[in-house]
Design a protein around this ligand. Structure first.
Ligand code: UD1
Length: 419
């Protein structure tokens, strides 16, 4: 398994191109199963998760061409409505093929998903929504077997709590249902509006995406479209925090300020200078030590759970004490003991971590435990004294495109060690 060797203590200067959002690209790719026409997506990041989903889509019958960052998918015929365990277990977003297959073919058999080890992460809301749209759903030996031989029907769905995945999955399935579907308490993450824009370009009738009530008027068929994936707000926030940890100045090319939601305000409050420019976002950290602030993770536009780990790394060397409350996932502090190995002072009590800033972190061998946690270790390592070896880099390859290259170009001493 590859490792990253990082020698800390160098400020970052230069420009980092921000890739298309992984979390959006994956759902947009699943949308290709809804039509026999080509769907062309630009600004698609080349990531292990994208490749994994491509393999799954291929076995359903979707051909693809991927050049630079433009991906064209075409599922002329669905040759299999079954998504096997081996292709679904590693990544939760693969589960999103269920709705499109069911909507287009009237049946699907999809393995229950795996993904990052950050809590139980059930899919009950996804299944309840599909059942409300008339699907007959059985669970058998780890598989969901869903049938709707006469097609899906529009339904009123009220989510008991905000779920990005369930909102997107319901939207995908409802595009081809008969009649109107409403989703109440829908997630408002920017990736939801991105998916709706693409589906509407394919001929769907979706209104209200980006608000907590989404209305989808089902249509008989969808066609092809071209769509540009929105910039990755989590990658943007992570590199901004890297500057916060090391000092320096970066231009995050292609990034959009409004996508950062509450994270933008939090970064300003701790003492980073952020500015929206023509082509992206400029972030700067001058000499002074950062301040600590308390944060609570929330659905968008609140502070994103996907930046919580990175923020903890940032707070590890800030002045004072910060509490970080995780409200979205029940087991998302696995980076805390790893950061502590580097000298951070962190105590965890249930869903709240208290970070007392220390003057300096020290390099150490650490273990990446999930995608975003891995990035928090990279940020800590860039700021630490001496060498850090980050093990299990495959987590990073799932979600951060060309990480070492992007950082090396800005002066970081970071290298992949192949094993
Ligand atoms: C997506 C993102 C992930 C991000 C998360 C929250 C992708 C590929 N992943 O994950 O990076 O951290 O949104 O912003 O887009 N839940 C249930 N039952 C369900 C569905 C969800 O109990 O049927 C729970 C989850 O366990 C979690 C909470 O709801 O505790 C929120 O999950 P959700 O918003 O659905 O996250 P994902 O779509 O899995």
């Amino acid at each position: 398994m590859d490792k990253l060797a990082i020698i800390g203590g160098r400020a970052l200067y230069g420009e980092i191109p921000i890739s298309g959002a992984k979390n959006s690209a994956l759902k947009l790719m699943a949308a290709s199963l809804l039509t026999d026409a080509p769907l062309t997506l630009s600004n698609v990041p080349r990531l292990a998760d994208v490749d994994m989903l491509l393999r799954l889509l291929e076995q359903h019958g979707a051909a693809h061409a991927f050049e630079n960052s433009t991906l064209t998918l075409q599922a002329k015929d669905i040759v299999s409505t079954e998504a096997p365990y081996d292709l679904v277990r590693k990544m939760r977003a693969t589960f999103n093929v269920l709705g499109p297959l069911l909507a287009r073919e009237g049946k699907a058999k999809v393995s229950l998903p795996g993904g990052c080890a950050i809590g139980a992460r059930p899919v009950d809301l996804h299944l309840k929504a599909l059942a409300a749209m008339g699907a007959d759903i059985d669970l058998d030996e780890g598989y969901v077997i869903a049938q709707a031989p006469d097609g899906l029907k529009g339904a009123d769905i009220s989510l008991p709590f905000v779920s990005v995945g369930a909102t997107e999955h319901t939207m995908l399935a409802a595009t081809l249902a008969k009649g109107e579907t409403t989703i109440e308490n829908a997630a408002r993450e920017p990736e939801i509006a991105d998916l709706a824009d693409c589906l509407n370009a394919m001929g769907a009738q979706i209104e209200g995406a980006g608000t907590s009530t989404i209305r989808i008027d089902g249509v008989d068929r969808l066609g092809g479209a071209s769509h540009r994936v929105l910039p990755d707000r989590i990658e943007t926030g992570a590199y901004a925090m890297a500057v916060g940890a090391t000092g320096g100045e970066l231009t995050l090319k292609g990034a959009t300020a409004e996508l950062l939601g509450a994270a933008w305000a939090a970064l300003e409050e701790v003492g980073l200078y952020l500015e929206e420019t023509d082509g992206g976002v400029r972030v700067k950290k001058t000499g002074a030590r950062l301040k600590t602030i308390d944060i609570v993770t929330q659905p968008f536009p609140g502070f994103p759970t996907d930046l919580q780990a990175q923020f903890m790394a940032l707070m590890a060397t800030a002045e004072g004490a910060a509490t970080i409350k995780e409200t979205i996932f029940e087991n998302r502090f696995m980076h805390a003991p790893e950061l502590s190995r580097m000298g951070a002072n962190i105590s965890v009590d249930g869903q709240t971590a208290t970070v007392r800033g220390v003057a300096r972190l020290k390099g150490a061998p650490v273990m990446a435990t999930d995608l975003r946690a891995s990035m928090s270790l990279v940020i800590a390592a860039l700021a630490a004294e001496g060498q850090t070896m980050v093990n299990r880099v495959y987590h990073l390859d799932r979600g951060f495109e060309r990480l070492e290259e992007k950082l090396q170009r800005c002066g970081a001493l970071i290298e992949r060690v192949k094993e």
